[in-house]
Design a protein around this ligand. Structure first.
Ligand code: NAG
Length: 145
């Protein structure tokens, strides 16, 4: 009985690793209109992905998503395999200053950002601090998937 239970738990764990949970920012209220502040939705999706026991994907669909200044995606997380898959464009707030980092990753390992476009509105805008290995540095457009 105990053995069967253990086997089942092991199987479920493997299944969970194989199928990375996906969290779409639009499910958390992000708007693809380039105007509505979607910061809270991004942070909520991050929170779910960060708390997931296994690999997790944050999905940003097509469209333009406004994400506020100094948005911080903070760990430590329950897994070290978070992928941010961007099909659309991340838009920086108008008038944001290059002195403040726009997007920050703190105390997290293993974040990958794939695809997408960054609209920093002409500023030096991309920062990826204290993060895992896959952070693009100083990119104007990230498209290295
Ligand atoms: C990690 O998982 C535990 C147990 O499920 C949970 O209590 C905790 O809040 C999770 N951590 C994060 C950062 O969400």
């Amino acid at each position: 009985m105990a053995k069967a239970t253990t086997t089942m738990i092991v199987c479920l764990s493997l299944l969970r690793v194989a199928m990375a949970a996906t969290y779409s920012v639009t499910d958390y209220g992000a708007e693809a209109d380039g105007q509505t502040d979607s910061t809270k939705a991004f942070l909520a999706a991050w929170s779910s992905a960060c708390g997931a026991a296994g690999p997790a994907t944050i999905y940003v669909p097509a469209g333009r998503f406004l994400v506020g200044q100094a948005t911080t995606f903070q760990g430590p997380c329950n897994n070290s395999a978070i992928t941010i898959l961007v099909h659309g464009t991340l838009v920086a707030p108008a008038g944001y200053t290059s002195a403040v980092n726009w997007l920050l990753f703190k105390y997290v390992d293993g974040v990958s950002i794939l695809g997408g476009t960054i609209d920093g509105r002409g500023q030096a805008f991309w920062a990826c601090k204290d993060a895992g290995r896959s952070c693009p540095q100083g990119a104007t457009v990230i498209d290295y998937a």
